[in-house]
Write a protein that binds this ligand. Sequence first.
Ligand SMILES: [Zn+2]
Ligand SMILES: [Zn+2]
Length: 270
Amino acid sequence: MVKKSSALNIISFCDSHIHTRLCGHATGEMEEYVQAAIRKKLKKIIFLEHMEEGICSVQGKTWLSEDDFDGYFSEGLRLRSKYEDEIVIGLGVECGYNPDCSDLLLTRLAGRRWDQIGISCHFLKIDGMPHHLNMFSRKEVSVQLARLIGAEKILDRYFTDLTEAVRFLPGTMLCHLDAALRFLPEVSLSESHYVLIDTLLQAVSDNALAIEINSSGFAIRQEQFPNRRILRMAKSYDIPFVFGSDAHKPDEVGRYFDIIDALLLSEFCP
Ligand SMILES: [Zn+2]
Ligand SMILES: [Zn+2]
């Protein structure tokens, strides 16, 4: 058992990034995620369901409509009161940025009271193509298309779009910063990407967002998103960290949090 400092203790007992079957690519009812979190002795969870706008995806809809969000809030509030003696339950949103629909996203975000607004960018418009590229998909069609376009070019746009999103949307945390193209194992970040990431982190700091340490990376590349170098850069800006599992199944809630605790202790509290 790793000895934790009190500051780290607080964040690692909250999982701030949990999906549910409502997004169409996860399994499990909201209540099953709550029960899993209680079994793992978490003190708090925040559901962070997908909002996208104006995206045309070959995989179909993998996000919530406004009607879906109505159901999400009504079930979430029921669970919040049912389990209030055991766990704190927050209701948030993972807002995928689309520069072509930024005003509409702003309007939708303003329409509800969110406990966390995560900023992401999952899709990219490709000139001459009817569908957006899903930069986070493991599907062969997406991976091949990404290789065809070129990883360098895609990541340039990804980091630039994220910076615009952080400046424009009322986000509270930036999700899985370096997870785009995560299913192209040959891809690594160049020094020019790190320059873009530095600009992005400056925007995160200026707008008082936190950086998510997303533990789903351990299942894909044996390291959290983002990598240690980016975490060190974020720390130099004094940006706070938030933990998220990106659970898409109830038993993924709080996954690998013990490893991240140990990493943070060795990296930042030696
Ligand atoms: Zn995401
Ligand atoms: Zn997510």
